[in-house]
Design a protein around this ligand. Structure first.
Ligand code: PDD
Length: 282
């Protein structure tokens, strides 16, 4: 595949980065994953805005504008033959002359992007969707989860905990037993026809898929929703559980900690929301 590295589109085998790159040494960088279907991106502007926010939050000065990113991503999609792609974008603080914790002066950020094939969750018939299985555990990550940092060890360890038990994801809760998100997705529940998702704060990533879905629900108006704290008791008693991300889109959860969610079938509200999402996501 063709990747982008510091101004050039090159074969992935030729892409080389210094071991002194702070992305490698410290996980000192910001990343994005933008889905593209049939070569068309979903949520590109909010994704890039979140990247600008993340870069500003950690003081990385990247001069690329929204238009620069749009052109770069378009070129990357074309160089990789279009189709269904997950566009991964990564800006690290760059390679310093030595390993030293303080932010260096005068170091150019490293800009990397690649396009990986993805399978759209979309099927002709939403009722044939695969139900996800999730575990649950206490959220042990840091207190700046709104920053889409490349330092993902906390997320990786949580994901592995779920994966090792045969699960697709793991739901996380804080020390007050309140649902935060999942290790690489946002979480939703449905109770008595109402869609509920946690509020945005430093405990969760402001997911773009989450935002697109809430915007679509608001515009459509046929499915009520609330944004508020959700206790784990509510999660275990939910009629439906969903997880959302740029790679999973809107996924129905049918098993939690080895037990069925409600009747263990993909939910009716999920099906309705998924249809709305599929129709409106571009
Ligand atoms: N993960 N929460 C976490 C911790 C995430 O890592 C992600 C995305 C999300 C969903 O955000 P969005 O809808 O903007 O993709 C929520 C990406 C896809 C990843 O790391 O691969």
């Amino acid at each position: 595949s063709t990747v982008y590295l510091n101004g050039a589109f090159i074969p992935v085998e030729e892409a080389k980065i210094s071991p002194l790159d702070r992305g490698f040494l410290f996980g000192d960088g910001i990343y994005e994953v933008v889905p593209a279907y049939a070569g068309k991106t979903v949520g590109l502007e909010p994704h890039m805005q979140r990247m600008f926010d993340g870069l500003a939050a950690i003081g990385i000065k990247c001069t690329k504008t929204m238009d620069d990113w749009k052109a770069l991503i378009q070129e990357l999609i074309e160089q990789n033959g279009g189709g269904d792609l997950g566009i991964y974008i990564h800006v690290s603080r760059g390679a310093d002359v030595k390993r030293y914790h303080a932010y260096p002066e005068g170091v150019e950020p490293t800009v990397f992007a690649m396009a990986n094939p993805i399978k759209p969750a979309i099927t002709d018939d939403a009722s044939t969707a695969k139900g996800f299985s999730v575990a649950t555990t206490q959220d042990m990550r840091w207190k700046r989860c709104q920053i889409k940092s490349t330092a993902l060890l906390g997320n990786v360890m949580h994901f592995q905990e779920g994966y090792a038990g045969g699960n697709d994801e793991i739901l996380l809760y804080n020390e007050d037993n309140i649902l935060t998100e999942a290790s690489s997705s946002n979480a939703f529940i449905v109770k008595d026809g109402v869609v509920i998702t946690p509020i945005l704060d430093n405990q969760i990533l402001p997911g773009i898929t989450r935002k697109l879905i809430l915007d679509i629900l608001e515009k459509d108006g046929s499915i009520p929703f609330e944004v508020r704290d959700i206790s784990m008791e509510e999660v275990f008693n939910a009629d439906e559980i969903w997880v959302t991300s740029s790679s999973k889109e809107l996924a129905p959860v049918t098993t939690i900690d080895g037990k069925p969610v409600a009747d263990g079938k993909v939910g009716k509200v999920w099906e309705a929301a998924f249809k709305l999402y599929t129709a409106h996501k571009f």
